[in-house]
Design a protein around this ligand. Structure first.
Ligand code: HEM
Length: 407
């Protein structure tokens, strides 16, 4: 069961995500027929649901919210480390309390013993999503409960990882269209996790504000690129196959790979639009593949120029990241970050790259490996943080997230 925000005016297009199966140039890149409604064709609509702040997204359900639900403008990712004495029983207590907080806050009510309940009344599509690192799963269910893909990713040559953005035992992902709501929920959840865990890192991300663009418009990252075009569509069989895990305590759950990727905007500034487009394989202005005219057009990796070179470079980002078989697909859901610069630069910005998939090793790692081996975008991007979490399934009222492991 997937859920939607209580919203009738979002104009989200239904995007078909079909796997052609046939090789389509550039090595064995799979032809992905993508049928979508272009932003230019969508009609801007008034928010028919009334004030956006009143919108709620159900916390309870088969899957946790915040994965296949409409993406909100603000997201805060919290990585916590468990205290040494937080054992299995304590983990169950912690997840009961945090799930209770999340169910109340997402419904627009104060948490139990909320110190500022006034701030809880504007949920603005608030979601809270929990993820478990390998140590939490081991303490909760023993070594055999830890999925083979749960742990640090293999080392990649492009990485310059910093511990302050990496790892963690518990992930709490809070997102909403309202930053005040996020701040309040984050504070309540951290207060209630204090006896069990300590905050290791916090990453704040943003996209365009709700209402600034027609909902469903593909986001632009801080390079100005249209980012998120080729992605499975929630609610389709392909999405379900790509994202939801089927086995054991994780059935109905998934995994998240979180990569903090620094964008060197100061150097990118020197790159002209032609080179910017070439590096991705898509037009920087429209997001259309270099072999097409509209964002939704399918890239033709075999089309050549008069000089005999492929129009889309084999080392462009889309040529390198395109799945080589239908198994190797991920669901990306990224956010921008922008924090105070250090040193001489005027910016310290990047992408909180997040993707969901049933199996990290089978789906994410091969793509990341190819990108690390060769991708023109690497010139201006550096992964500085990395974390992987198992995302348990959702729970029903009265239950709690993680009960399939800890119950
Ligand atoms: C800062 C780093 C990155 C930037 C700025 C970036 C940007 C983009 C852009 C602009 C596109 C084209 C439009 C679209 O389909 O979304 C794209 C596509 C894609 N990216 Fe990235 N990306 C980054 C990192 C990554 C990483 C780390 C992965 C996975 C390991 C990845 C996987 C993909 C995939 C699978 C596609 C779709 C390819 C296709 O057309 O089939 N990207 N990215």
């Amino acid at each position: 069961m997937s859920r939607d925000a209580t919203d009738t005016g979002r104009g989200l297009s239904r995007r078909g995500f079909l796997f052609g199966g046939a090789a389509a140039g550039v090595g064995a890149a799979v032809a992905l027929g993508v049928e979508r409604t272009l932003p230019a064709q969508r009609q801007a609509e008034l928010d028919a649901a009334g004030l956006n702040g009143a919108r709620t997204v159900a916390f309870h359900g088969e899957h946790q919210a915040g994965i296949d639900t409409p993406i909100a403008s603000h997201a805060t990712y919290l990585g916590l480390d468990l205290h040494d004495d937080t054992d299995r029983a304590a983990l169950a207590r912690m997840m009961r309390v945090l799930s209770d907080d999340a169910s109340r806050l997402t419904a627009g009510e104060g948490a139990l013993a909320d110190t500022e309940p006034e701030l809880a009344t504007v949920p603005a599509a608030l979601t809270v999503t929990f993820g478990f690192g390998p140590e939490l799963v081991r303490r909760g269910g023993g070594a055999s409960a830890v999925p083979s893909w749960l742990g640090a990713l293999p080392a990649f040559d492009i990485d310059a990882l910093e511990d302050r953005w990496s790892g963690g035992d518990l992930l709490i992902l809070v997102s909403s269209d309202d930053a005040v709501t996020v701040a309040h929920a984050v504070r309540m959840l951290l207060k209630d996790s204090r006896s069990f865990a300590t905050l290791k890192w916090r990453q704040d991300g943003f996209r365009r504000a709700y209402g600034s663009e027609v909902s469903g418009t593909t986001m632009r990252n801080l390079f100005g690129q249209v980012d998120g075009t080729t992605n499975p569509e929630p609610g389709t069989a392909d999405f379900d196959r790509v994202v939801w895990a089927g086995d054991g305590w994780l059935a109905g759950g998934t995994s998240i790979v979180l990569r903090r990727i620094r964008l060197d905007l100061d150097v990118w500034d020197e790159v002209d639009p032609v080179a910017r487009s070439f590096s991705v394989g898509r037009d920087i202005h429209t997001g259309a593949p270099l072999t097409g005219t509209r964002e939704a057009d399918e890239p033709d990796f075999e089309a050549t120029t008069a000089a005999g070179n492929t129009v889309i470079s084999p080392v462009s980002h889309i040529a390198r990241s395109r799945p080589v078989d239908s198994r190797e697909v991920i669901f990306r859901r990224g956010y921008n970050y922008d924090v105070a610069p250090t040193g001489d630069g005027v910016s310290e910005s990047g992408l909180i790259f997040a993707c969901f998939q049933a199996d990290v090793d089978a789906q994410f790692v091969p793509i990341q490996r190819r990108l690390a081996e060769g991708d023109l975008l690497n010139t201006w991007t550096t992964p500085i943080g990395s974390a992987v979490f198992a995302i348990p399934p959702g729970c029903e009222p009265g239950g709690y997230v993680g009960e399939t492991l800890l119950g």
